[in-house]
Design a protein around this ligand. Structure first.
Ligand SMILES: Nc1ncnc2c1ncn2[C@@H]1O[C@H](COP(=O)(O)OP(=O)(O)O)[C@@H](O)[C@H]1O
Ligand SMILES: [Mg+2]
Length: 161
């Protein structure tokens, strides 16, 4: 599957959420987004934006499912939010039920996706977040050629690139 990527700079938490919201609006059931980046990079922040874009009720406060491993948020299309931080190696993904959520009726967002790199399907989006400074972040968003083309046009429309 041919892949492409887009680089986006965020200057605030709000901007990172706005980028996530755009992604949440273009996602469809069965999509999966892997988030990589150190602690405090903004993985949960972008997950909140994705939830908002998907139309998940704003009454849910989305936090890292570090201890629960998976949080489910109901919606027209549900969100399955996972955090692989505590996973020791990729063989454990079976234990957390990761595969049960793939290709299903919901959208899967995985924090610490680098820990399960081999278990991500070919159509997955990969977002790598790097700190630039206190409130600056560089986001590299990689996905299939077609989806990245759509994303680029929406980011342009939103004045984010
Ligand atoms: N541009 C930015 N994008 C995202 N978060 C930012 C940004 N600037 C500052 N922050 C702060 O960085 C932290 C990111 O936390 P969080 O999303 O929980 O990270 P992670 O899930 O990667 O550990 C928050 O405290 C947020 O306020
Ligand atoms: Mg987090």
């Amino acid at each position: 599957m041919k892949r492409d990527h887009v680089t986006v700079y965020s200057h605030s938490e709000e901007e990172t959420q706005a980028i996530g919201a755009i992604m949440g609006r273009i996602m469809t059931a069965g999509d999966i987004i892997g988030l990589s980046g150190e602690l405090g990079a903004g993985k949960t922040c972008i997950a909140r934006g994705i939830a908002k874009g998907m139309g998940i009720s704003r009454h849910y406060h989305i936090t890292s499912p570090t201890f629960t491993l998976i949080n489910e948020y109901p919606g027209k299309v549900p969100l399955y939010h996972m955090d692989m931080y505590r996973l020791s190696d990729s063989s454990d993904v079976n234990d957390v039920g990761y595969y049960d959520y793939l290709g299903g009726k919901g959208i899967v967002v995985v924090e610490w996706a680098e820990k399960i790199a081999d278990a991500l399907p070919a159509h997955a989006f990969h977002i790598t977040i790097e700190h630039c400074d206190e409130s600056g972040r560089k986001l590299d968003i990689e996905g299939t050629v077609d989806t990245i083309a759509v994303l680029k046009s929406k980011l342009k429309e939103g004045g984010l690139i």
